[in-house]
Design a protein. Sequence first.
Length: 367
Amino acid sequence: MSCDFIALANQGVQKLSPYQTGKPIDELKRELGLDDIIKLASNENPLGCSPLAIAAIQAELKQVSLYPDGNGFNLKQAIQQKFGFELNCITLGNGSNDILELVARAYIAQGESAVYSQHAFAVYPLAVQAVGGIGIEVPAKNFGHDLEAMAAAIQSNTKVVFIANPNNPTGTWFERHEFEQFMAQVPTHVLVVLDEAYVEYVTDAGFINGFDYVKQYANLIVSRTFSKAYGLASLRVGYAIASADVTNILNRVRQPFNVNSFALAAATAALQDESFVKQSHELNSAGMAQLEQGLGALGLGFIPSKGNFIAFDTGRPCVPVFQALLQQGVIVRPIANYGLPNYLRVSIGLESENARFLAALKQVLAV
């Protein structure tokens, strides 16, 4: 006797589609038999990671049979020393993605709502739906967050608002005064998750630093990751800064040992290597200028970005362009599923990788 196990699943989960990751290099090798492949799809650091992180991982190998420190004391202490927050205000996650899901599990019950923007990170609606919540998607403004409209969209049953600065996948950003006006409009019982996964790539003097506001707003959670500028994407480690009360709740639903020993050691070491982050930022700035110039030379419009990626308009449905680039051994990211059917997102790579991408794109578009 058969059973419909899909129908037995939670209603919110039934409506979900799995998150689509960037295409792995090995997968493309298997499919097309190519050896010379570059991946500019997942906003990874083309420099790799800090040598200090590599050394920390190697030193940790002798402890591989032991469980990690479930509290992540050394990493929390390093975060405290660098940014000045107490240990009871820090939550560690299996990537910042984990932080977003912790917030949803801890604070959104079935039938309650969360607000997020159109063209924002796909995990926001996924996390909300998975717990039976109701997503309120606010139309974007110039491809980015319309913070005034997002504040106005808050309902009596709204528990969380997700915002990102810079935003993925569009790279858009909002200014300090916009954020302050927004926070003034958000009820104090509604949590605001400020996703700053790409903030290390921004050095503009006036750019908002979410950490400056945590003590001012008890309802603010700032999430960051070690996957981007720090180059630790494969290890999956991120963290959140929030009030002690909110942090207490998040840690009640956090899985034990959610961050492995290698990730804890590498992230602790990476925080000390400011020169590597500076080098990553400099390479990103040069690469962004290279891609902006190259896309402009091809007559393609793009969305100005503060991240380590840029989204551009192919002038046609993006998926065939994406597929044609794969044939050239170049992996980028179609973002039609973000409501941008003609757009591809390309991560900033090494100078040679950026040049190869532009040459392949020119060839594909000429067909």
